[in-house]
Design a protein around this ligand. Structure first.
Ligand code: AVI
Length: 322
């Protein structure tokens, strides 16, 4: 097996504290207050996200794995032979392994992941199961333009894999921009295999983001804990609450951190004031109908070629081409 090292200097691995401070100060000066959802994913946040995926209410992961389990052979057939597979975000790798088991003579697998530890772990696991497959991990932020490693031989096509409905965490305008960037990266003959969560009974969606065990609440609050750890802010975690509600007009879960009382929080040398019930908007999780998503893809110059979905239309895996 050939595994390329992921070359990244230590100072490139984690946003520096002054950048985090600037991001926090900027977001908390906005009206209404906002913090970006990438702040969730420090080591603790990534571990909590893995736990969310195992909660009984969080149907997304279970449904997508069931779809891959049932259709992996058909999906692999659609992608064809001699594919270079590029995954945006390396995740736990379970869905990827299901796909790789069925791909015919893949040229290489390129997981793209911003944090080096999960990237290394998923590559090590894959190297054991697929000793013949060239692995070319890339430590990078997939939302920025990528310089893909040179493949070991010419692929028939480059297929980008973006599971998990992570596209839902981008607002429509940013989602179109990301899909357009992917369109460039896949090249003329390329494709995009993407997981997309679907619109359904709002109660089912809301439950997924308000699990009874409180893991999602802890995940959301970890954003403030992270800021306390890394920039020395003094958020009192007991004075904020997790709130995730489905907005039917916008078709999305809106997750907020809500101040339980009037308070002031030190962010660097500044004090930020919060009123009772004042919210920080921290995440959107957009839900699509099949028609909505096809229209979004079209704006990015992509056409939906195949859709795999379950009988209850909970979740979809879609194959998009130019
Ligand atoms: C990563 N992403 C698709 C998850 C979602 O469902 O929006 C993140 C998440 N946030 C709360 N629960 C899960």
């Amino acid at each position: 097996n050939s595994v390329q090292a992921c070359g990244l200097r230590d100072d490139e691995r984690r946003p520096p504290a002054n950048e985090l401070l600037e991001v926090a100060r900027h977001g908390l000066a906005l009206k209404p207050k906002r913090l970006p959802s990438w702040l969730f994913y420090d080591e603790r946040g990534s571990a909590l996200f893995e736990q969310i995926c195992e909660q009984p209410e969080y149907y997304l992961t279970r449904c997508e794995i069931a779809l891959m389990d049932e259709h992996a052979a058909d999906i692999a057939e659609t992608l064809g032979s001699d594919v270079r597979l590029v995954e945006y975000g390396s995740g736990s790798g379970r869905k990827t392994r299901m796909l790789l088991r069925h791909l015919r003579e893949p040229v290489s697998y390129v997981p793209v992941e911003i944090s080096p530890e999960p990237l290394q772990q998923s590559v090590q696991r894959l190297a054991q199961e697929f000793p013949q497959l060239p692995l070319q991990p890339l430590c990078a932020d997939f939302s920025r333009p990528l310089r893909l490693p040179i493949p070991p031989r010419a692929p028939r096509r480059t297929v980008l894999y973006f599971p998990g409905s992570t596209i839902g965490n981008f607002e429509a305008h940013d989602a179109v921009a990301l899909l357009r960037k992917m369109r460039n990266e896949m090249g003329d003959a390329g494709g995009l295999l993407i997981g997309v969560d679907l619109k359904k009974d709002p109660a089912v969606i809301e439950a997924a983001y308000n699990d009874a065990a409180g893991v999602t609440a802890e995940f959301t609050l970890n954003m403030l804990a992270r800021l306390n750890r890394e920039i020395g802010s003094d958020f009192d975690l007991a004075a904020f609450a997790h709130r995730a509600r489905y907005n039917p007009m916008a078709g999305r879960i809106e997750t907020q951190l809500v101040s339980r009382r009037e308070q002031q929080v030190a962010i660097g040398r500044h004090k930020v004031r919060f009123g009772v019930d004042e919210a920080i908007q921290v995440e959107y999780s957009c839900k699509y109908s099949l028609e909505d998503f096809a229209a979004l893809a079209e704006k990015a110059g992509l056409a939906v070629q195949r859709v795999w979905t379950d009988p209850q239309r909970m979740f979809s895996v879609q194959y998009l081409v130019r």
